[in-house]
Design a protein around this ligand. Structure first.
Ligand code: AKG
Length: 299
């Protein structure tokens, strides 16, 4: 249960840092499972790179298909110009997404339960809906930058409700690319949504197209306006969708695994243009643990 001081901090700063939210055994299980998924991953012909600098490297079809699946995306620097791996596969993955919480029993257990349901209720979410999960690796030496952005760009609801739950699976430090946030950047004159990542689905049935639309020209924060959040493994950082945040590249020899969930309120209208939609085969769920629905087989 959040204290009144924590709620005040949430409204003022736009983020909360909750050390020790996950125990060592839960962290170990999540890290082990993430490495198993990568070990079992067969890249095949479609090697999807993930880069927030250049989204054109990511195939729209691969991203859209991952909405209901567990897919590995390569680091931009992991592949050479011919698409061959420059580093061992285990060190090449940028992230796994985006339905781990519904498809994988280990991440299902990690992503649900009374502590998370209570946290969401304390933060004002009446009907939490978990749309997306990601393991973000920030690989040693080649872990790419995640540029400044607001998560509400990817999960538009009316009114705006999305929150991000960012779990440190390993220590996140200034050296290995911890999160940086703009304290208070979710409110005040600069709190507008700057971009919308929209999925245009043509009426003629041709392939959907993902576009990043500029909505507002408010500049992203400078490093002077930002605060780094170095945190120990097990810490949960939670922030609302309008809070600008980024993470620098990892040039250190240590990885920085994190796990994220993006959660909206089912009382708000979820935009039809959001890239991540669910079919009736895999309806979006809340944060409470519902054993009757798990485990769900991987496709
Ligand atoms: O983990 C990171 O480096 C960035 C994560 C992030 O920006 C997000 O989840 O929105």
């Amino acid at each position: 249960m959040l204290s009144p001081t924590q709620i005040e901090t949430w409204h003022r700063d736009g983020f909360l840092v909750l050390p020790g939210f996950k125990h060592a055994d839960e962290l170990a299980a999540a890290c082990r499972r993430a490495h198993e998924i990568v070990a079992a991953f067969e890249p095949g012909a479609h090697s999807s790179r993930f880069s927030t600098r250049d989204r054109s490297q990511l195939s729209d079809a691969a991203l859209l298909a991952s909405a209901e699946a567990v897919h590995c995306f390569f680091e931009e620097e992991a592949l050479d110009d011919a698409g061959r791996l420059r580093v061992p596969k285990a060190l090449s993955i940028n992230k796994i997404g985006h339905a781990l919480h519904d498809r994988d029993p280990v991440f299902d257990a990690f992503s649900h339960g009374p502590a998370l349901a209570e946290l969401a209720a304390d933060l004002g979410l009446e009907q939490p809906q978990v749309w997306q999960s990601q393991v973000i690796f920030k690989q040693p030496h080649i872990g790419g930058e995640v540029g400044w952005h607001q998560d509400a760009s990817f999960f538009v609801t009316t009114p705006q409700t999305v929150i991000t739950l960012w779990f440190a699976l390993e220590d996140a430090t200034l050296d290995n690319g911890c999160l940086w946030v703009q304290p208070g950047g979710h409110r005040g004159p600069g709190s507008v949504l700057r971009e919308q990542y929209a999925c245009e689905r043509p009426a003629d049935g041709s392939a959907p197209r993902l576009v990043m639309r500029a909505l507002d020209s408010t500049p992203w924060p400078t490093t002077d306006e930002a605060r780094p959040l170095p945190v120990a493994a097990g810490t949960l950082v939670v922030f609302p969708g309008l809070l600008p945040h980024y993470s620098p590249p990892n040039r250190s020899p240590k990885s920085r695994l994190a796990y994220t969930l993006h959660v909206t309120d089912g009382t708000a209208v979820y935009a039809a243009e959001n890239w991540l939609q669910r079919s009736a085969r895999l309806p979006v769920r809340g944060l409470a643990y519902l054993p009757a629905l798990t485990p769900r087989a991987m496709p």
